[in-house]
Ligand binder design. Structure first.
Ligand SMILES: *Cc1c(COP(=O)(O)O)cnc(C)c1O
Length: 429
């Protein structure tokens, strides 16, 4: 009680300071002024930000100039419950005002409860375990290290070969980057951790030929998000499970983008009829708060990394795990997965009817659509001007990954606005 009182007293004092001004978005600078300061103080790896955002509520956000946007990207599949969700916000605030960080020399109730909850939601078999991280790339780093401990070759030798797919995106740190296929991301940082082989996307014969007893693991995204929302073909996961089981290799599913309700199911792969050896999660897990997780399925895989072989300072901290518990609870109790299925179908059907849209892909509220011209970046710009946030993972591909609470009415405003946005983008070419 004391801590809460002290916390709110400090907060009310800070409200009158320049920090409080920044938080509530009344920092008195225009978007253009902020962007000038950005370019002189922040590293240029992201290019120029599209807007300076100061406030959000549900599926809406506002920029520093007061303009409103319907957020159809959700922080790239992160803001599962939209912005400033009251329940998630209050759980995070009260956890932070009670106990914020303890290090992994200690544990806390929310960490343990979240691990149990994730194992239950993913129907993990007995002996399954969780390792918490702060991001998707860290979850995949942990999985990479796990794979390096898979030393059950016929002669007992360690296996170092890992199979990933062309088009794969698994993150930007060195191990995850080695798993990522895109040459422009990789080339400046060679040499990367060795042993990763990229095979053609969705080609079962190529997979079966590649997976032998020298392979430690196969990494797969059920739907490649960064490659433009490209789902694995039917039967591919089952073939991957059979080939990896036969070869003694681990099957590791990267559900960083597709997990936590994004496809209308807790996991995109939950109906695939297979049990993987490990799953990585992140993006939507904390409802906007940074957290990731590696789930290892079964006793054997769960004991590959032993005491001292991996670690993190922040991973699994009380605030992040409380945020994730709150997010999962809200998704469950508000029947959000049903909304994802309904609004996702509505959007895909509507998009397919728009002139200039040539293909619509994806599941639930992870949607990619192709255009009949290379105007996707111009569509992003025209979309912003019209009050919609969308993303272009390719020159003629648009990706939508809105909050899972997007309403049909909100989706309808985008469908109604899209023809004019496409026209503006084409005129700008
Ligand atoms: C975003 C993403 C990652 C990387 O997550 P970060 O939190 O950005 O490190 C890894 N895998 C997939 C499939 C992703 O979409």
């Amino acid at each position: 009680m004391n801590a809460v009182k002290t916390g709110s007293h400090v907060a009310s004092t800070l409200e009158k300071t320049p920090v409080g001004d920044l938080v509530d978005g009344t920092g008195h600078s225009s978007g253009a002024e902020w962007l000038t300061r950005y370019s002189t103080s922040l590293m240029g790896v992201f290019g120029t930000p599209q807007r300076v955002l100061v406030r959000g509520a549900g599926c809406l956000v506002w920029d520093a100039d007061g303009k409103e946007y319907l957020d159809l990207l959700g922080g790239i599949a992160v803001n599962a419950l939209g912005h400033a969700h009251p329940f998630v916000t209050s759980v995070i605030s009260s956890q932070l005002a009670t106990l914020g960080h303890v290090s992994n020399f200690f544990t806390s109730p929310t960490q343990i409860a979240l691990a149990e909850k994730l194992l239950a939601l993913t129907k993990a078999p007995a002996g399954s375990k969780v390792f918490f991280t702060n991001s998707g790339t860290e979850a995949n780093e942990a999985a990479f290290k796990l794979a390096r401990r898979n030393a059950t070759g016929p002669d007992g030798a360690p296996r170092t070969k890992i199979i990933a797919l062309e088009g794969a995106f698994h993150g930007r740190t060195m191990g995850a980057l080695a798993l990522t296929a895109k040459e422009a991301y990789r080339a400046p940082f060679e040499p990367l951790p060795g042993g990763v082989v990229h095979i053609p996307f969705g080609d079962i014969a190529a997979l079966e030929a590649a997976v032998d007893e020298t392979v430690a693991a196969v990494f797969l995204e059920p739907i490649q998000g960064e490659a433009g929302v490209r789902p694995l073909p039917v039967g591919y996961l089952r073939a991957a499970r059979e080939a990896t089981t036969k070869a003694g290799a681990l099957l590791i599913l990267d559900e960083v983008q597709t997990g936590i309700g994004r496809t209308g199911k807790w996991l995109a792969t939950e109906d695939a009829g297979i049990v993987p050896d490990a799953i990585t999660l992140a993006k939507g897990l904390g409802g906007g708060f940074p957290i990731g997780a590696l789930l290892t399925f079964g006793e054997r895989t769960s004991s590959l990394l032993s005491a001292g072989q991996h670690g993190t300072t922040f991973g699994g901290n009380p605030v992040a795990t409380a945020a994730a518990l709150a997010t999962l609870h809200a998704i469950e109790s508000q029947r959000v997965l049903e909304n994802v299925a309904v609004v996702g179908d509505y959007l895909r059907t509507g998009l397919a009817d728009v002139d200039g849209v040539t293909e619509v892909r994806g599941e639930g509220l992870l949607i990619g659509f192709d255009l009949d011209a290379d105007v996707a970046p111009a569509v992003v710009t025209a979309g912003l001007d019209a009050g919609f946030i969308v993303n272009s993972p390719g020159p003629r591909t648009i990706r939508l990954a809105p909050p899972l609470i997007l309403t049909k009415d909100q989706a309808g405003t985008f469908l109604a606005g899209l023809p004019a946005i496409l026209q503006t983008a084409k005129d700008a070419q």
